[in-house]
Design a protein around this ligand. Sequence first.
Ligand code: ZN
Ligand code: ZN
Ligand code: ZN
Length: 452
Amino acid sequence: MHAHLSAASTATRPHRAFPVPDTAATAPLASRCSAPIRLVGERLTVDRETGEIVERFASADAPDGVVLVACGNRRANRCPSCATTYRRDAYSLVRAGLAGDQARGISSELASHPRVFATLTAPSFGAVHRRVVRGGSTLPCHRGAYEATCSHGRPISCGVRHEEQDNSLGQPLCPDCYDYEGAVLWNAHAGALWRRTTIAMSRLLAARAGVPRTEIGDFVRLSFVKVAEFQTRGLVHLHVILRLDGPDRSAPPSWATTELLAEIVAQAAAQSWLRIQRPDDRPFVVRWGSQLDVRPIRPNAAGEGSDVRVAGYLAKYATKAAENAGGADRRLHSAYEIGQLAVTDHARTMMATCWALGADPRYELLRLRAWAHMLGFRGHFLTKARRYSVTFGVLRTARVRFRTTLALFARALAGETVFDPASTLVIGGFSFAGVSMPAIMGTGWSAEGSAP
Ligand SMILES: [Zn+2]
Ligand SMILES: [Zn+2]
Ligand SMILES: [Zn+2]
């Protein structure tokens, strides 16, 4: 996964190993980063033949006594520059799995494999205000008898035709009727439910092929990339691209069609569930909502359902992520903090429910307090099967290589010594020295950057 380092998490994880930065190569990214990470250490360029040190760079010799590298945060409200880099990588990664990526050895033949785009939703935990659009006109939110009320005396209908930007969208009609425990526990199990669903898919595939599940990989392989998106009601949605391949990303057997894949996804989603316990010991079955959407992805076609469109859609959601949720963009440290956040009452209650359930030892593994800012959801926003396409690491390495080449070229033009990577070796060690706060520190190698 993409290194996701926030100021809060670095404080507890100071020992992350950093690659030796090429200062000229990392500076452009770091200079645009809102909160670059400060590193201290040294880099030695050694002649491979003789072992002679041909260049020594120490952070102590740098203007600020530190090397700055980009924070890598993928949230646009935390760092617009790094979020853009992340979104581009996410797009390349998703697109490579749909249309191939010649430069990274992924065949464009993939475009002819069966592929579907599925959206898996959460069930309802109570009526919320919603925007209902049908045939170009907006309908009333919840129809019902005008005077009917719930046991808390609140109306169970809402005749408002909500606008797109209406703040009440996603908020429950009655917060006291709304099942907050269920909603939070569902978010916390969404990842586990997805894993069950993928197991069900491979079992269904094996049944079609008439082979044991352990052997299905010899015939056909399922790979996917998924993005979690928060709905306004604070529950996660999964948008998933699924693809069928033969072994080693070859063409799948002819019986493995797009229709079969769509059928298997729908069946697996309907069959998969987890039984857990509510705080009051009542059983709670975690399953997908009934609004399942599975559609084929067409190769190189324009418009809705084309691979270009789908890749862009997923990449956009990978960055937007939790910002829509009305959740917080960083970890919370106390119940008091939850009360102080500028969020909707609904999001606040979701977080407070996480906090309260987080004290229950039965939910210890869900780490609900650590993930209260994400309304209980513990997963990554973008995950993929290893086979799907390239990794973020590969894309990052390619970027660093490209920038290093540019930097070397610039040095050569400026008449500086350039070391051939074939005959020299770069070694060294850098460690974490803090996060630059944009208001206090300079944001790059700029002259106004103050001393640490
Ligand atoms: Zn950044
Ligand atoms: Zn309403
Ligand atoms: Zn009520």
